[in-house]
Design a protein around this ligand. Sequence first.
Ligand code: FAD
Ligand code: GLY
Length: 386
Amino acid sequence: MWKDKLASQMDPDVLIIGGGVIGLSIARELHKTGVDRILLIEKAVCGAEASWAAAGMLGPQAETDDTGAFFDLCSASRDMYPGFSAELAAETGVEIGLDRQGTLYLAFSNEDHQHLLEKYKLQQQAGLDLEYLSREQVIDAEPNISPDVIGGLLFSNDWQVDNRKLCEALIKYAAVNNVEIRENTAALNVLVESGRVKGVETNAGPIQARTVILAAGAWSSVVGLGDGALPFDIKPVRGQILEFTTSVRSFRHVIYTPTGYIVPRADGRVLAGSTTEHAGFVKEVTENARTHLGHVAKEISPLLTDSHVTGSWSGLRPFVADGLPVLGPMPGGEGLIIAAGHYRNGILLAPITGKMIADLVTGESNADNFLPFGVDRFLTRRAGVA
Ligand code: FAD
Ligand code: GLY
């Protein structure tokens, strides 16, 4: 007991800013690799922001438009999910609802069908696992889909997970393994001296640490950085979701279309998303979004009527101008590591981000392993840490 108390008063080896799925996955992976004193600080409550608001799709094939490095990163993280999910269940007793039924990518207009055919061609040429389904085959696979459907693609390897359960499991992992989490503790400024990180100034006073990981989601650019600034901006992009509830599960697959998606949960809930709005840090559900998402859902299935709406929420995606995450060491700020900007794919990218950042902290990898997602890509545009 006294040992635990003493440990929590000692300065951490690694301090993580942000208790979303990214910060929490990093904390777990660091602990698994044997890092001793890990402290995660969270300005409010862990797992209550974008990681809570998300739809939980693990969809590299549906959600990326080409097959470059970002697609490879997403696919590699998706491939980690079966092991990640089984390990978390064994470690915490929490099942994160990994569902491998696959994703149907559907077209309801000729224009969208054209886009679908182009996607099919591109992915087929890249040797990916996908199948074209005619209208009849789509309806066979999903009897509750609108008869207006024109055709679809089946991505058997695009899955879904219950992102709220995932957060619960990661928080529990920290609790059972004495990884310290301090909620209601906001990082104000990363303390930097002569180009080296010394710790973090928080609303509860300074905390010293030689390694600081910035994983504050959409708020990452708000945290001060000595006399300098991050050479990139992370902006909040709001996404809203409308939740329907049907008495039994009415769809097997995640259904994705160029205008929106529905994600069926095992308990009969169906999440319809989403919007992409530059509305600052204002989290609200708007009438416009309700109407729009109602149309998206109805276009996909006439089963999803207004009378089935049981909830709605919004969350802030962390967005960087080029749409890619920012991962790896901060040049000129020794000891500072960035893990932010996961935009639409932070749930998908959580396992690989945890692994990549833990490998960096323990010296298993270096900045080169983070290309093309590293901070370097912004450095010609703005100055780094003072
Ligand atoms: P967050 O979950 O936002 O966590 C950041 C944490 O940092 C917060 O808890 C915050 O309070 C804390 N924090 C901020 N500032 C400070 C500070 N100064 N000090 C201490 N703590 C601080 N991704 C997918 O992969 N699949 C999906 O289907 C999907 N659907 C989505 C649907 C919607 C509507 C939205 C909004 C997002 C969706 N995403 C999806 C994206 C995904 O939710 C995000 O990319 C991911 O949650 C980002 O995780 P994070 O930990 O970086 O951010
Ligand atoms: N990845 C789904 C979304 O961001 O809405």
